[in-house]
Design a protein around this ligand. Structure first.
Ligand code: NAD
Length: 371
């Protein structure tokens, strides 16, 4: 099949391209090689002789039209990400580009067989909880006031007692930031617009994805990058809040397996799927695994700092995708080992941690609690 991957030069896209090539598909990539993800231009891990590379922006209609010609399947992975305050860019890049794909397919009567869009666990916001009465609650963002008093857990507004976290399935929708809101809009465009104009589409809600090729410069990326870089550079990492926030992490090769499965299965059409690791870890547990892999004894410092806007706990229910025939096969150790190897192959990385820490401080994201 002829497959277009927007954002195919990036982390998930390039691994997807590799697997598609292995299975004999023709791969086209549309990517603008955006900084700071691509600091050194065209990434060395992509083989230009095996793919068709189109340098361009997913918001440019002429470029997008050109890229969509003679394509059977589209993986729309390019996105505006990170913790950035230019809110309009999230809608502009993520939502506009998704609309454009369907607009062009309809206008040009293109025989595209399937569109698969990258969504995010962020769509579920703070996730699902229940209180001691068994009532389901989708909590809002914790306030700056609450966090500044080191009250990290979600509390029942009626009783003030801590809420109990549940797994969040695809029915949970509570996006809290412009990135998450844009991802939810992408889901709706894919499912509802796809259905309306007869283009089978699937939305994939990824948890935190880990593995090689993940950008070192993405300031808001997860614990893997921060802890691995810290241990690699012999620095003590920082765990925010009390270090007990729960997350689920999924290996990039498991994500690729999931993307290819929904590409092949008709039952996936019109569906949204959580793509998670199936197991939740506290940030400190995760740090322990990284320290073990790097063979370092240094424990993270927990300096009573927090990142305003962070989710307290989130854990995706992956039952729906498991029923389709997928399950995560790689462990969190596999992801960290793979990332470590990738890190060791890099040069000029001393400045990376400073770069992202300064970036976060400048944005006022990291704050210190009073007590
Ligand atoms: N990595 C994760 O943990 C994670 C989690 C949830 C969702 N996602 C989603 O998965 C998708 C892929 O993420 P990733 O981690 O591979 O990111 P990435 O930054 O490594 O790759 C994204 C690619 O898109 C390209 N790009 C960005 N804006 C573009 C534009 N306007 N035109 C053309 N190309 C553009 C970048 O140059 C980059 O190569 C994104 O949609 C992201 O929102 C990722």
């Amino acid at each position: 099949m002829n497959v277009l991957i927007t954002g195919g030069a990036g982390f998930i896209g390039s691994h997807t391209a590799d697997e598609l090539l292995k299975r004999g598909h023709y791969v086209k990539i549309l990517d603008i090689l955006k900084k700071p993800v691509h600091m050194n231009g065209f990434p060395e891990y992509l083989d230009k002789s095996k793919i068709e590379f189109i340098y361009g922006d997913v918001t440019d209609k002429v470029t997008m039209k050109y890229a969509l010609m003679d394509v059977d399947v589209v993986f729309h992975l390019a996105a505006y990400q990170d913790y950035l305050p230019d809110y309009s860019s999230f809608s502009y890049v993520n939502v506009y580009s998704t609309s454009l794909i369907y607009e062009i397919i309809e206008e040009e009567k293109l025989p595209v067989k399937k569109v698969i869009v990258a969504s995010s666990q962020a769509v579920m916001g703070e996730g699902k909880y229940h209180n001691d009465q068994g009532e389901t609650i989708l909590p809002s963002l914790r306030t700056n006031r609450q966090l500044s008093e080191s009250k990290w857990n979600h509390l029942d507004p009626k009783t003030g007692l801590p809420l109990i976290m549940d797994l969040s399935n695809e029915s949970v929708i509570n996006p809290m930031n412009p990135y998450a809101m844009s991802k939810y809009q992408q889901e709706m465009l894919a499912i509802n617009l796809g259905n309306r104009i007869g283009v089978p589409s699937v939305a994939m809600r990824f948890s935190i994805v880990q593995g090689s090729r993940q950008s070192f410069y993405n300031a808001y990326s997860g614990a893997c990058r921060i802890f691995c870089l810290s241990y690699f550079l012999d620095r003590q990492p920082t765990a925010y809040e009390d270090g007990h926030a729960l997350r689920d992490y999924v290996n990039v090769h498991d994500v690729v397996d999931a993307l290819l499965l929904v590409m092949e299965k008709d039952q996936a059409n019109g569906q949204v799927y959580n793509v998670g690791g199936g197991k939740a870890y506290t940030v400190l547990d995760f740090a322990k695994i990284v320290a073990e892999v790097f063979n370092k004894g240094l424990k993270p410092k927990v300096p009573n700092e927090y990142r305003f806007g962070d989710t307290r706990h989130i854990f995706s229910d992956i039952t729906k995708l498991q029923k389709l025939g997928w399950t995560p096969k790689r462990s969190i150790y596999d992801s960290v080992i793979e990332y470590k190897q990738y890190l060791e192959e890099q040069t000029n990385i001393d400045d990376i941690l400073d770069y992202s820490e300064k970036h976060m401080k400048n944005l006022g994201v990291v704050r210190r609690a009073k007590s």
